[in-house]
Design a protein around this ligand. Sequence first.
Ligand code: ROI
Length: 161
Amino acid sequence: MERIYIGMGSNLADPAEQLRSAVEALGQLPQSELAGVSAFYQSDSLLPGQPRYTNAVAALDSNLAPLDLLDALQAIENDQGRERLERWGPRTLDLDILLFGDRLIDVPRLKVPHYQIQERAFVLYPLAELAPADLRLADGRSLTELLAACPFVGLERLPQA
Ligand code: ROI
């Protein structure tokens, strides 16, 4: 089994409910066990003119190969009504593979570690709830170091439902 961290985001059609359904679906993936879910966090969209996002991170232990997991995550997004109208557009559900064990993956469909982890407080802070304090990304950067460089600004941690 490898430990995988999955970033989840939604800004349409009851975002918190979208994330709860996604967690439920992750729990049903073959060859996999859900190992934890962070609190939910709200923040403004990085792009103006979109509704606020709700984000969280899930930890999954899995024997699935990376591209098989990616296919499964895209199927969950599609099941929850995701329409790809525009890149970066509002979405009912976005599931991103942030980390996959200590692998470095760089193929056209999938780059791991996810290339924007370090800039995104709404990814780093929920990840830090689940990951060991001494976690290092496969490229050597430590989570502690990334958190120190990414202030907790504009994030609202929601009370657990
Ligand atoms: N902004 C926030 N706060 N959360 C997201 O998940 C998110 N995802 C995106 C863009 C539009 C860049 N902004 C976001 O894709």
